[in-house]
Ligand binder design. Structure first.
Ligand code: SF4
Length: 267
């Protein structure tokens, strides 16, 4: 029996055409119905038999969620406890007072104490914690240069590029194709800014996952004979402020977060 952690894992097996042959409005709604056991996966007539065989029984939902990276977080917290947080704040566009570093993550205020504990009124998940602690530990403080480059052009980017496309860009593209509020949500939740990019995209938004680490998300709508596309760009200073693993983790977290938000709208 296949292990399924969330409806998105089923959604990724579907062709995304929203043809409604399964009697659901969208592929996303069908994925949720299968995950909740309301529909058998074989109700989608477009799936290959081997996929139906693999996922045809009741899907098994193992314990999941954010125990993920707990060990990495503990190690980073230990390292934070040995650095001068006031110096790190000066370097990284953060503030420091009462033994606490205050930093904006996606536009929201977070505090980091001398033991590396992150706190905020906003929701905190592991996908943010690891990059934020690495940024505080290793970010050089280099200011953004205003030149956008691809993940592949970052140091250490080429070997991970295919994964980055699959786990970060493609899920967002598929969401943007079907969930029309995606960019509105991104702007609101992450305090982002809509811009006119030089890349001719239909929608371009800039987000600040960390103060000196902006990203730009560009989306091109489908046109006659052409599929839609979505790409995430990075400032050319990115390598100086965040390592490639943290960058990947953060973007994967963004994709997962918006998949969950989109799912809430169809359940
Ligand atoms: S799940 Fe399958 S049948 Fe249902 S809308 Fe998507 S492609 Fe069509």
């Amino acid at each position: 029996m296949a292990h399924i952690n969330n409806p998105m894992e089923i959604y990724k097996l579907l062709n995304g055409s929203n043809c409604r042959a399964c009697n659901e409005q969208t592929c996303l709604a069908f994925a949720v119905a299968v995950f909740k056991g309301r529909k058998p996966i074989g109700d989608c007539p477009h799936l290959e038999q081997d996929v139906i065989d693999r996922y045809g029984g009741n899907v098994e939902k193992p314990n999941t969620v954010d125990e993920y990276k707990a060990e990495a977080i503990e190690k980073l917290k230990q390292r934070i406890s040995s650095i001068d947080l006031s110096m790190a704040a000066k370097r990284l566009g953060a503030e420091f007072s009462e033994d606490t570093l205050r930093i904006k993550i996606f536009g929201k205020s977070f505090s980091v104490d001398a033991k590396g504990n992150l706190s905020s009124e906003a929701h905190i998940n592991a996908y943010m914690v690891v990059p934020a602690l690495n940024y505080i530990l290793n970010g050089s403080g280099k200011a953004p240069q205003g030149n956008w480059i691809t993940f592949r052009e970052l140091s250490g980017g080429p070997p991970r590029f295919a994964h980055f496309q699959k786990r970060c860009e493609e899920p967002l593209k598929r969401l943007a194709d079907t969930y029309t509020d995606l960019f509105k949500d991104m702007l609101e939740i992450f305090d982002g800014k809509k811009i006119d990019s030089d890349f001719g995209s239909d929608i371009s938004i800039v987000l600040h996952p960390l103060p000196l680490f902006p990203i730009m998300v560009c989306y091109w709508r489908p046109e006659e004979g052409l599929e839609s596309s979505l790409h995430i760009y990075f400032d050319s200073s990115s390598d100086d402020n965040l390592d490639i693993e943290s960058n990947y983790t953060m973007n994967e977290g963004i994709a997962l977060m918006f998949e969950k938000i989109a799912l809430r709208h169809v359940t």
